[in-house]
Design a protein around this ligand. Sequence first.
Ligand code: GCV
Length: 671
Amino acid sequence: MKRRTAILSIWMLVAAGGILHAEDGSRLWLRTDTTAQAQVIANQQSATVAVAKKELQTQWQGAPVQLKIARTAATRALGDDGYTLAGSPQTSVTITAATEKGLLYGAYHLLRLQDTQSLPAVLDMAESPKYARRILNHWDNLDRSIERGYAGRSLWEWEKLPGEISPRYAEYARANASIGINGSVLNNVNANPLILTNEYLIKVKTIADIFRPYGVKVYLSIHFAAPKTLGGLPDADPLNKEVIQWWKDKVKEIYALIPDFGGFLVKANSEGQSGPQDYGRTHADGANLLADALKPYHGILMWRAFVYNPTKEDRAKQAYQEFVPLDGQFRDNVMIQIKNGPIDFQPREPFSPLFGALQHTQEMIEFQITQEYLGFSNHLVYLAPLFKETLDSDTYADGQGSTVAKITDGTLRPAQVTAIAGVANTGDSVNWCGHPFAQANWYAFGRLAWNHELTPEQIADEWLRMTFTSDENFIRPVKEMMLASREACVDYMMPIGLHHLFSFHVHYGPEPWGYFPDGRPDWMPVYYHRADSIGVGFDRTEAGSNAVSQYFSPLHEQFNDIKTCDERLLLWFHHVPWTYTLQSGNTLWDELCYRYDRGVQEVRDFQKTWDRLEPYVDAERFAVVQSKLRVQARDAVWWKDACLLYFQTFSKLPIPYDIERPVHQLDDLKK
Ligand code: GCV
C-alpha cells in the first residue's frame, strides 16, 4: 500500500479558496472554506441573525441572500423553527421565517444544499421540524468524566468557568444548530446535586449565554433529593410544602440567570437514584412537583421511564408496569422519556411497549448516540438504521400506522410539547467523537430529530459529502459500508434477538458466561440468554414472562408465535431449540454460527473497502479509520469465538465446516 510522508500523515492540507486546514476531524461536517464574501442582508438584527449572516457571508458561493423575518400566517404555520427558501442560487435567494431561529436553520439548509451539490435551479421549499425540542443528553459529570463516554473528557470545563471560556462551547453550539439540535442537557442523569448550587448555576448561565445565539437551550439533570442534600430539609418528599417551596425558589433562581432555560431531566428511583417512591409517592407526584415549578417559565420536565428492580419480574416488562397505571396523571409540561427498547440500548431491541401505551401522557424517545453497547468509539457502526427502525415501528396503538414516530411527534396524539433526545457521544477529543465515523451518528440524530422521514441513506450521503468528499468513487462504497454496519454489528455481537451478552460493568466485549452469585441477576448475561441443553433465548411468550402481552394486537400475537415472530427478534421473545429450523432452512445452531461468521466477514470487507479508498481520503483520517477497523475486526472475531464456543457447550453441535474456525480457546477467553 502506498505510504505517505510523515508530515502529510499528520497534516492533510486542503486548498480550497486558498485556505489550508488540517483534517483532524475537528471541523466535523462544517468544512467549507471560501474567501468569497457573499452579500447577505437582513430585515432585522439580533445575535442569531448575526450568526446566520456570518455563516452565509463566509461560506455561500451564490447570489445575494435576503434574510426576512415575517410573521405571516404562512410562516407562523411553519412554527418557531420553520422557514422557506425561495429564489434562485444564480440571481437572488430569500430565506423567510417567523423567527430568527428559523432564519438560522434556513441558512444552514441553504449551505447544506450547496455543500452536497444538491442546489436546484429554483428554490421553493418550506421546512419545519417534526419535534419541537431536539435535545442532546450529556452524561457528563462535574469532574469532567463522562459516563459511557468514549471521546475524552467532558467539553464543559467546570473548573475554569465562568472566567475562562473554551472556544469549543460556541463550536459545539454551531455544530448542533447546523443540524437542528436546539437543546442540551449538560450533566449526567446520575446527577450531582451540586449542579444546582449558585456557584454552578453561574457557570451554566455562562454556557447558556454562548449557546443562545445558536438557538440551543440549556437543560439540567437534577438529583431528586436535592432539597435534602443541598437545601438541608429533612426529606425530599414531593408532597412536603417545604420541598415544594424549595423547588419553586430554585427554579426562580435559575430563570433569573437563564431566562430561556429549557427544563429538567430526571432519573428517579432507578439504579439506586433517589425518587418519590422513597417517600411512598408515585412517579407522577415526583414529576408534577417539578413540572409545577417550571410551568410559569414555560420549562418542561423530562421524567425517565428507565426503571427496573431485581425482582422475579422480567426486566423488559417493568417500565410499562410502573407507568401505565399512572397514565393521565402527569401535567401537560411533563414528557415521559422512554428508551427506544425495553432493556437498554442493545444492538437490536424491539421498540419499548410503552410507546403508545400511555394514551394521555406525552411521550418522548431517548436514543443512545454514544456507543455503550456497540463497540464504543472503536467500532464503525452507523446508527441511523437503528434509530429509523424504532421510529418506523408500528405500535398499532391507534390502529395500523401508529408508528413510534407518529405517536411521539404529535401527529396521532396532539401534544403541548414534542421532544426527542439522544445521549451524546461528544468529548474533548480533537475530533469530538473519538471515531471519525461516530460523528455521523451525532449528525444523523440531529437530522432525524428534524425530519424522521429522511432515510439513513440520504443522511449518510449528506454527511459523507460534507465530511469527506463528493467523489462518487468514494461515496458509493463508503455509504454501502455505513448502511451495512449496524447489521454487521448485530451479527457479530448478538444476532437473532440475543441481547445483553456484554462483559459486566464495562459493556465492551463478550461475556455470555457472565454470572456472579452475589450480583444483580438482571445485570448478568445468563439472565438474558438462558441457554441450556434444549436451546437458547428468553421466553417472553404467554407461556413465559408474557412480555408479549404489553404489545398491541396484532404484534402481541405475532411475537407470541414462534412461526410469526420477526426472526430478528426471535431469541428476545422465545426460548428456541438448537435444532429448530429457521426460514433460511438452517437449524438455529447453524444459523447462529453463520450469522456470527457473516458479521466477522463483513468487517473484513469494510477493511478492504477502506484500504482501497486511500487515494480519496486525507492521510490523517484514513489512518485513524484504518486502525479502528483493525480493532473492530479483531473484536468481531473475539465476539464470534466467545459466543459460539460458549453456546456450543450447551448445543453440543459442531460449528459448520464452511465457516472460519475459532482462533481462541474458551478457557482463555473466560480469563
Ligand atoms: C447513566 C445504563 C448505563 C448507565 C446509565 C443508565 C441510564 O444502565 O449502563 O451507565 O446511567 O443506563 O440510562 O440511566
